[in-house]
Design a protein around this ligand. Structure first.
Ligand code: NAD
Ligand code: UDP
Ligand code: UDP
Length: 349
């Protein structure tokens, strides 16, 4: 897809449908909440490159200015330090709502609101309500980044969007799972009740450069451990599975979803499924064949398996991931190496 006016053809990435590329596409004003985070900052890169104006709203709970510093000084870019739990007035065409403490160490240790930083549940509920209220007031299109966690510890495999899930409402993960489920409910209520244009993405495990290094997610843990010459910590017996998606595939899916005509929900994930032991093996191949594996007790309510059924996104969005785990992992190694060791020479970037 090209946002410029230099091709003959059609742009699939326009606000209200397709516009001939000979006529320059109107530049959009887009809010990205959580835009200083891992996924959000990659999305911002693509939107700016396409020619749109972007306002990032982020409270820097896990996000970092470093992820966006290359846009500072660009008149089409604006960064607002703001917690989405508080109302905000902005005039925009589209809202990508990503703000959320997204990794287990962050949401488990801060499950409900405390005075300064916001827990996952309150962010998901009150933050999403505010962004929906904003979208309603200005008539903006609203995209929610939900999660595969809405399927809980799934009894159906692979998971299709029609599956209602198996979620513990009172467990340690519930603030996240149930928060996102409520966010989906709110989005559909605003869609049905107020005619709001909404889009819902259910994102499966995603990795890539700019991931938080010490947030406890398995890919960032293993990569950082291998680089630091520490053992790879496999929880439980390591036979539980996940399906890992490279961040550029996700961003492409989110943009297609926003620009398309379908509400969703859509699973956005890579169907390639790995046990945690297999993942550890890939990390050994890519970073350090001598890396040791150390078993640790698993965490509570850990889903046993997870793999997206992406038939719906393939058919209706024309989307599927193109970067395999073995291709994608090496792409995050130099970023991690630089952030862990600072300026030291990166020998195999
Ligand atoms: P991230 O932690 O890197 O980014 C989240 C961003 O939201 C951070 O910049 C953080 O500072 C900001 N934020 C958190 N609470 C906020 C608040 N109350 N107000 C304003 N900003 C706030 O995580 P990510 O991996 O980039 O995740 C982005 C979105 O995608 C999240 O909604 C997450 O639930 C969803 N998701 C991610 C994955 C994944 O594997 N990365 C999987 C499923 C869903
Ligand atoms: N809201 C906001 N920005 C806006 C419009 C609304 O933050 O531009 C917030 C508003 O403060 C409210 C929430 O969004 O808490 C829901 O707004 P809505 O108008 O849908 O509901 P109401 O205020 O009528 O309950
Ligand atoms: N995990 C692991 N070692 C780690 C971190 C996580 O074996 O150092 C496991 C964890 O128990 C889970 C899987 O990896 O089964 C994915 O965990 P993550 O927190 O990355 O994502 P989520 O559970 O949210 O899918």
């Amino acid at each position: 897809e090209s946002g410029g006016g230099d091709h003959i053809g059609w742009s699939s990435l326009s606000a209200g449908g397709r516009v001939p590329l000979g006529l320059k596409r109107k530049s959009l004003r887009i809010v990205v909440t959580g835009g200083a985070g891992f996924v959000g900052s990659h999305l911002v890169d693509r939107l700016i490159a396409r020619g749109d104006s972007v306002i990032v709203v982020d409270n820097f709970f896990t996000g970092r200015k470093d992820n966006l510093v290359h846009h500072f000084g660009d008149p089409r870019f604006e960064l607002i330090r703001h917690d989405v739990v508080e109302p905000i007035l902005l005039e925009v065409d589209q809202i990508y709502h990503l703000a959320c403490p997204a990794s287990p160490v962050h949401y488990k240790f801060n499950p409900i609101l405390d005075s300064l930083i916001c827990g996952a549940h309150k962010t998901n509920v009150v933050g999403t309500l505010n962004m929906l209220g904003l979208a309603k007031r200005v008539g903006a299109r609203f995209l929610l980044t939900s999660t595969s966690e809405v399927y809980g510890d799934p009894l159906q495999h692979p998971q299709a969007e029609s599956y209602w899930g198996n979620v513990n409402p009172i467990g340690v993960r519930s603030c996240y799972d149930e928060g996102k489920r409520t966010a989906e409910t709110l989005s559909m209520d605003y869609h049905r009740g107020h005619g709001l244009e909404v889009r819902i993405a259910r994102i499966f495990n995603t990795y890539g450069p700019r991931m938080c290094i010490d947030d406890g997610r398995v890919v960032s843990n293993f990569v950082a451990q291998a680089l630091r010459k520490e053992p790879l910590t496999v929880y439980g017996d390591g036979k539980q599975t996940r399906s890992f998606q490279y961040v550029s595939d996700l961003v492409e899916g989110l943009m297609r979803l926003m620009e398309g005509d379908h509400v969703g929900p859509f699973n956005l994930g890579n169907p390639g499924e790995f046990t945690m032991l297999e993942l550890a093996q890939v990390v050994q191949e890519v970073i350090d064949p001598n890396a040791k594996i150390e078993f640790r007790p698993n965490t509570e309510d850990d889903p046993h398996k997870r793999r997206p059924d992406i038939s719906k996104a393939k058919e209706l969005l024309g989307w599927e991931p193109v970067v395999s785990l073995r291709k994608g992992l090496p792409l995050m190694v130099s970023d991690f190496r630089q952030r862990i060791f600072g300026d030291q020479k990166d020998s195999d970037a």
